[in-house]
Design a protein around this ligand. Structure first.
Ligand code: FEO
Ligand code: CA
Ligand code: CA
Ligand code: CA
Length: 583
């Protein structure tokens, strides 16, 4: 195959890897090392990982489980700060002797809660160009268990977010299910609280705006058990603490440079299953955050700040306030009336809040922000095929939307053209006047994913016989210096019987749509992050849930990643650096 990749990261596309292979596969001329794994020390004084001696206290100082979003931020010459999300836990691969979730002890449940959240570690570049974790005062765990957050913006202090333990309605303990994310122009990290509902026990008599919208009660009236966390803490029982759930489902902001800072939950950006948030500046230099709600038939959103960012982009604490006030919009995609081509069209951003007020009849401002799914449905937003990561190209401002899949879709809708869409697609959205604050846009399908031999796939006109198979696009990323879109996948094992992958796709010229596979993660894993640094000749990925397979247990795993040693008892989700070693 011809060489792919931008300057500094050129590579020969790898052949797709069967879904049973327990190895990280990288291109010829590249090498990889794990940077940090579940259980490794993060906070000064943390114990070393010991599978048989886990505790909430140890886990609160160690790298959490199932690393997802990943950022590597500047700190000076040969120094950097790594921030990673920890989305969820796989107790069957964490707890020796695991039988069922129901049988976990409160202590084991608290260890799991502590394995959620984020990690911050300092990195030092080694002589061989690979980065290493360095003990540092910046080392910090943000957990589901004990980290205090400030709830900010229009919903802070509202009656619906007050609890007996927090009568102020402004102090939330913990963050949960942190999936994708982005960085702000002022150097902080935004992280999405995605499937927060799974931690809460349902209540058939509870508020339908949670119980029904988030399926906490099944159609036959049975309450969900919330992964049994209510056995460790009754804030996870919606019958006992009905408002606790309203304190989750937000975009959170973390300042990784200040280990004493209080992280923030930003209510102006709405509450739903937030995949993540990525920022671009409008012509007036307002902060525009693009966001997806990753469920079948849910929506695409953007937040436009009321105030603009000035010349000083360094005052992190003050600039964070830009996310406290602004307008929230939801996308309606429209066809352009050309029946011969359903691959492009126009669209409108419908306001949900405007000028500090609700724009949705029958809902208050606070209700729109708390029950944003209901507001979006009420104004006729387009139901999407699970919009995951949404990211603007830093060069053009064009926005790329990974719609991972929707096998339930029966009716095509604009920008979601394929019924039974098991492989997903990627949309390009171009704001009118190239202004991120615009209320109208044009869109095109960049990719309709799948096995290229499948005639329903589309690669922007690039010949299908010259691309890598791609399925279930999830995270998207740009290098800050080099052009092209990087796409990681979550679901290729079930659709293509291939290990999940990281791909590179040029966006312009005659190479537009040429999908080239850069790496494959081990069996059972999904590819997360990614963080791309062509200047460093490196690609960083979070290898999430290696060995996640039905029936897998500690001492009976299908993966021992990142080890090749079969005596290792269980896999460990890890951040990995893949580095070019041959020019
Ligand atoms: Fe956590 Fe939508 O992936
Ligand atoms: Ca994801
Ligand atoms: Ca991304
Ligand atoms: Ca996913």
């Amino acid at each position: 195959a011809a060489v792919a990749g931008p300057k500094g990261l050129q590579f020969q596309p790898i052949a797709p890897v069967a879904s049973t292979v327990d190895a990280l596969t990288v291109p010829d001329g590249y090498s990889w090392k794990p940077l940090i794994s579940w259980g490794d020390p993060v906070v000064p004084g943390a114990p070393v990982f010991d599978l048989d001696r886990q505790s909430p206290e140890a886990q609160e100082k160690q790298f959490g489980y199932n690393c997802d979003f990943l950022a590597i931020l500047p700190l000076g010459r040969d120094k950097a700060v790594l921030v990673s999300n920890h989305e969820y836990t796989n107790e069957n691969l964490m707890v020796p002797g695991f039988t069922t979730e129901d049988a976990l002890t409160p202590e084991q449940l608290r260890t799991s809660i502590a394995a959620h959240g984020l990690s911050v570690v300092e990195l030092q570049r080694g002589k061989d160009g690979f980065w290493q974790v360095k003990p540092s005062r910046l080392g910090r765990r943000i957990t589901g268990l004990s980290t205090e957050f400030e709830l900010r913006g229009p919903v802070a202090g509202n009656a619906l977010v007050k609890t007996a333990k927090d009568p102020s309605g402004t102090k939330v303990i913990g963050t949960l299910n942190n999936c994708a994310g982005g960085i702000t122009p002022w150097g902080t990290v935004l992280s999405g609280e995605e499937n927060f509902d799974q931690y809460f026990k349902g209540d058939p008599a509870g508020d339908p705006r949670n119980q029904k919208t988030y399926s906490l009660v099944s159609s036959d009236g049975k309450p969900s058990q919330g992964r049994y966390w209510w056995k460790a803490d009754d804030r996870f029982d919606t019958a006992k603490t009905p408002n606790e759930i309203n304190r989750f489902g937000w975009i959170v902001e973390l300042d990784p440079y200040d280990p004493t800072s209080t992280p923030v939950k930003h209510t102006a950006l709405g509450r739903f299953k937030h995949e993540g948030a990525n920022v671009y500046l409008s012509k007036k230099r307002q902060v525009v955050a693009y966001m997806g709600d990753d469920s079948r038939g849910q929506h695409l959103y953007k937040f436009v700040s009321r105030d603009s960012i000035g010349r000083d982009t360094t005052n992190r604490k003050a600039l964070s306030r830009l996310l406290d006030a602004g307008d929230l919009y939801v996308a309606k995609f429209e066809a352009d009336g050309d029946p011969a081509n359903d691959r492009d069209g126009t669209g409108t951003w419908i306001p949900l809040t405007q000028g500090g007020k609700s724009a949705v009849p029958g809902m208050t401002h606070e209700e729109v922000l708390l029950f944003t799914r209901d507001a979006a449905a009420a104004v006729g937003a387009t139901p999407m095929d699970r919009p995951e990561d949404v990211e603007p190209d830093p060069r053009t401002g064009y926005v790329y939307i990974a719609c991972t899949n929707n096998s339930n879709r029966t009716t095509p809708e604009p920008a979601n053209p394929r019924p039974a869409n098991k492989d997903g697609h990627v949309i390009e959205l171009r704001e009118t006047g190239r202004d991120a604050a615009s209320t109208t846009f044009e869109w095109s399908l960049l990719l309709v994913c799948g096995d290229p031999a499948n005639p329903s796939t589309y690669f922007s006109g690039f010949p299908a016989d010259k691309v890598s198979p791609i399925s279930c696009p999830d995270n998207v990323a740009f290098d800050l210096l080099q052009p092209g879109l990087w796409i990681s996948t979550d679901g290729a094992p079930s659709t293509l019987k291939l290990n999940d992958a990281l791909h590179y796709v040029p966006l312009t010229g005659k190479e537009r749509g040429r999908v080239s596979q850069f790496l494959a993660v081990p069996t059972g894993a999904e590819t997360c992050g990614p963080w791309i640094s062509a200047a460093d000749g490196s690609v960083f990925v979070n290898v999430q849930h290696p060995g996640e397979t039905d029936g897998a247990l500690v001492d009976k795993p299908t993966s021992t990643f990142p080890y090749t040693d079969a005596s290792k008892r269980t896999p460990r989700p890890s951040t990995v650096q893949v580095r070019r070693i041959r020019k």
